[in-house]
Design a protein around this ligand. Sequence first.
Ligand SMILES: C[S@@+](CC[C@H](N)C(=O)[O-])C[C@H]1O[C@@H](n2cnc3c(N)ncnc32)[C@H](O)[C@@H]1O
Length: 230
Amino acid sequence: MNDTEITGDSKAIVTNQPGVHEKLVEIVNKHIAHPSQKPIQAHTQQAFDEINEIVQAFSGEVILDSCCGVGQSTRLLAKQNPKALVIGVDKSAHRINRNVDEVKLDNGAGNVENFHLVRADLNDFYRLVLAANWQISKHYILYPNPWPKAKHVQRRWHGSAVFPQIVAIGQALILRSNWLLYLEEFKVAAEILACKGEISTVNVTQPLTPFEAKFHASGQQCWQLHIVKN
Ligand SMILES: C[S@@+](CC[C@H](N)C(=O)[O-])C[C@H]1O[C@@H](n2cnc3c(N)ncnc32)[C@H](O)[C@@H]1O
């Protein structure tokens, strides 16, 4: 099992970090001062252009579900917000294309239609969303890959070059993880960009995602960071 695959009985996160990464503030400031100039990959540009037409033609609330995996949360959020357009994004074709019937959905959420699943790399997609000025009410990032080894801090979203754009998107950002330190670091990083958030425990009744279900079934606490913009 590696950092990105948590299967079966989930083990608690093991990290060699005693607390917030010592270089986190330096890394975030570097990414603020030097925005990524990396070219956008063609497949993400094409996927964005297609979904952008739909988003621009829609006048209601738009919800972004980043790292949506098989799209269970995308469908549930669409069900819970019937007037909204919910966009789920994941880079894994395998996950995005998984048969809907395989995805466990309560309350008939498999029948909702106000959502789209997009296969794209968020490192590029976020930059396109910001440039196109999508008006996103809520941005969910549910159970991103934790990358718990200290040397992998820049693979966490708050250590990535696209972090300033992530924080700039949406009126509210909802991030969940079974690793509290991930949320604490994200909160510290967001504060550098003048965004304040609150961390709370997730009371899992109906799991929003397969990873949430797995962590809950394994007796692990799930956490949420909620950032609301002024
Ligand atoms: C741990 S899984 C969580 C999936 C789902 N949110 C859940 O809770 O069941 C993390 C997901 O992030 C996706 N991911 C990681 N890096 C990504 C990137 N750069 N762009 C898009 N998706 C990414 C992976 O493909 C994977 O589906």
